[in-house]
Design a binder for this molecule. Structure first.
Ligand SMILES: [Zn+2]
Length: 172
């Protein structure tokens, strides 16, 4: 007779503890490999046309219509051309529709316009870019101050001046 089945291999220690503890998570600060700053990792190009360099900055628009307020934002990265195109579109929309609720008039719309002014500076600092093969950047279009709708903004501005003047002259 052959040996009874008592020969079952007990725990084979060399295959035992191979848990996930041995692997480092990719971006962990304990990672033993010290190559470069992780921030220098592949910088994404413009989200519209894929061009480099691109700036990761958000462009905003605001609409305030009596009780309905609408906040819009488009996150970058955008290249110089697309960034400025988006700013023009969203700023024009804000100038047109941003004034028609009280809170928008005094706070949100001025903030939005200021924000886009900062964005415009940032994107204007980028060098001119070439879209990735097969893709197109946005047309920049007419500057905001040459678009007639932008001057709708003069109406609430004039109203505000008129209202304040009225308050002063009727006071006391
Ligand atoms: Zn672009």
């Amino acid at each position: 007779m052959t040996t009874p089945p008592y020969n079952s291999q007990p725990l084979t220690p060399h295959t035992a503890p191979q848990g996930p503890a041995a692997t480092y998570p990719a971006g962990s600060p304990q990672s033993p490999y010290g190559y470069g700053q992780p921030a220098q990792a592949p910088m994404p190009g413009c989200r519209v046309c894929g061009a480099h360099p691109a700036e990761g900055f958000t462009v905003r628009a605001h609409q305030g219509l009596l009780v309905v307020m609408r906040f819009e934002k488009l996150d970058g990265p955008f290249c110089r051309t697309c960034g400025r195109a988006v700013i023009r579109q969203m700023t024009t929309r804000t100038l047109l529709l941003g004034w028609w609720s009280p809170l928008s008039l005094v706070a949100i719309t001025p903030f939005t316009l200021l924000w886009n002014l900062v964005a415009h500076r940032k994107f204007s600092k980028l060098p001119a870019s070439t879209p990735a093969p097969g893709r197109q950047s946005l047309p920049e279009g007419t500057p905001v101050h040459r678009r007639p709708v932008a001057y709708v903004a003069l109406i609430p501005a004039a109203w505000a001046v008129w209202a304040i003047t009225g308050l002063i002259t009727h006071a006391g």
